[in-house]
Unconditional design. Structure first.
Lengths: 114, 115
């Protein structure tokens, strides 16, 4: 199972773009990269998922280089409500015996200030 | 639009008491999970159920039992609560169809304190 490393915390101002990089050097061929967001007193919420290149949705973009050993979650023009913990997960979510093995690390605490 | 519902939201127990945490999902998902989250830490998987009728241990199963009652419901039981089990417990579910897109949907947690 691929281990992930991400910064413990990041600070930003409203309106700026926030980029969180996750390292996963031993990612396997069938592994997907998934990001979750967690607000205080709530469960994590799925943000975005990708396998390679770039994925974009209404919330964020995910950039994955060709070697797939890292990925960057990009939050455009953050607001105060984007203050949360962001988790990067890597695993082969298409295999039944992997479903229970995806690990949430400590995540990255993003704090957005006015 | 309920998604994953956990009950109760808060509970205080005394050491040695037993309790069952309830979880239900209305998304027709096959897989369900129980996690615990301690202050300043990520989530750790306690047990999961890949499909109705099956359960498997996760990273921290000791002191817990689970029951996949039916496709909708997955309960977590503490037989003899210990202070070390004070935590926030999250239930989650995922489609589990093996199509490569398996985001988990989480409930809002049960905050459990054991004195």
């Amino acid at each position: 199972l691929a281990k992930t490393t991400q910064p413990i915390s990041m600070d930003s101002y409203e309106g700026q773009e926030v980029n969180i990089t996750c390292s996963h050097n031993n990612i396997a061929t069938n592994d997907y990269i998934t990001w979750y967001q967690q607000f205080p007193s709530q469960g994590p919420r799925f943000i975005i998922q990708g396998y390679k290149t770039k994925v974009t949705n209404e919330v964020a973009s995910l950039f994955i280089p060709a070697d797939r050993k890292s990925s960057t979650l990009s939050l455009p023009r953050v607001s105060l409500s984007d203050t949360a913990v962001y988790y990067c997960l890597v695993g082969d979510i298409g295999l039944t015996d992997s479903w229970g093995k995806l690990q949430f690390g400590a995540g990255t605490q993003v704090v957005v200030t006015p | 639009n309920a998604g994953v519902t956990q009950t109760p939201k808060f509970q205080v127990l005394k050491t040695g008491q037993s309790m069952t945490l309830q979880c239900a999902q209305d998304m027709n998902h096959n897989s369900m999970y129980w996690y615990r989250q301690d202050p300043g830490m990520g989530l750790r998987l306690i047990y999961y159920s890949a499909s109705e009728g099956t359960t498997d241990k996760g990273e921290v199963p000791n002191g817990y039992n689970v029951s996949r009652l039916n496709k909708r419901e997955f309960s977590l039981r503490l037989e003899s609560a210990a202070p070390s089990q004070t935590s926030v417990y999250f239930c989650a579910s995922s489609p589990g169809t093996g199509n490569g897109n398996q985001p988990q949907h989480f409930g809002d947690g049960t905050r459990l304190s054991i004195l």
